[in-house]
Write a protein that binds this ligand. Structure first.
Ligand SMILES: C[S@@+](CC[C@H](N)C(=O)[O-])C[C@H]1O[C@@H](n2cnc3c(N)ncnc32)[C@H](O)[C@@H]1O
Length: 244
């Protein structure tokens, strides 16, 4: 049965999954363009910083979860010439969009795309030196289940990197950012993508997401050690790191 769910009607984990998958499918062709436009390309810097945290594993295999249109997978293969990436996402349209626009160089041979759920990652345990998730954890229906899976697929000593939106705390910057996020961004992105609801969901999901301290506690709870986090760009995003 084909179901469609609106943001107000999300009541269960299953409904959130349907909503999230549908919304990303609807904007998949415009996702990269809108990311660059709405962040003025600062998103590329955030992915660069995140990927740098994996420099001690230059040739191991990395799982890029919630990989979407593959921007982080690309950065992972750009920074390390021998690294291979398995890119997992449950929205086939996002992966297809990313595969279509991969640059015509050898990196396309080092990125394998797999359609699958991050809460039941379709790979064997203990296979990867790194697991990365950029702007995906907030979209999971069950964060604990996702973190447990990230832990399972890492090798002992492997590293988890999560890049996720957070909420700026600076009293001067916070109202400006909130005005942009709640008023300007959905209008602009709605006009370009034709799906305003997807970007209202973005603002809402950022507002409702865990505080960095809460997410850090959950990462530790999932079994990760040497856990720390680093806010970037006035706390618009935060990079979380943990070791298995
Ligand atoms: C905001 S996009 C991030 C894409 C990319 N990582 C980036 O850096 O731009 C979030 C992605 O998470 C995926 N996603 C959400 N929940 C998921 C789940 N349970 N399993 C797999 N992918 C999921 C969505 O399909 C979407 O492509």
């Amino acid at each position: 049965m084909v179901m469609s769910v609106t943001v107000e009607k999300i009541k269960s984990a299953e409904e959130k999954k349907i909503f999230v998958r549908d919304k990303f499918a609807a904007i998949s062709n415009k996702y990269d363009f809108l990311n660059s436009l709405l962040s003025l390309k600062v998103d590329m810097y955030w992915r660069w910083v995140t990927t740098r945290q994996l420099k001690e594993f230059p040739d191991g295999s990395v799982l890029d979860l919630c990989a979407g249109t593959l921007p982080l997978s690309l950065e992972l293969t750009r920074q390390a010439k021998k690294r291979t990436v398995v890119a997992v996402d449950f929205c086939e349209d996002m992966l297809r969009s990313g595969l279509k626009t991969l640059p015509d160089d050898e990196r396309r041979n080092r990125i394998g795309a797999v359609c699958g759920d991050g809460e039941e990652i379709p790979v064997a345990s203990g296979k990867f030196w790194g697991v990365t998730v950029a702007f995906g954890v907030r979209n999971l229906a069950n964060t604990e289940k996702g973190l447990a899976e990230m832990y399972r697929v890492l090798k002992p000593g492997g590293k988890l990197l999560i890049l996720e939106f957070s909420r700026p705390r600076n009293t001067f910057f916070k109202p400006i950012y909130n005005f942009y996020l709640n008023r300007i961004l959905p209008k602009v992105a709605g006009l370009v993508s034709g799906d305003k609801e997807a970007y209202e969901y973005l603002a809402r999901s950022i507002a409702e997401f865990y505080e960095p301290e809460e997410l850090q506690a959950m990462i530790r709870e999932a079994g990760f050690s040497d856990q720390y986090c680093r806010p970037l760009t006035m706390g618009i995003v935060t990079v979380y790191v943990g070791i298995k």
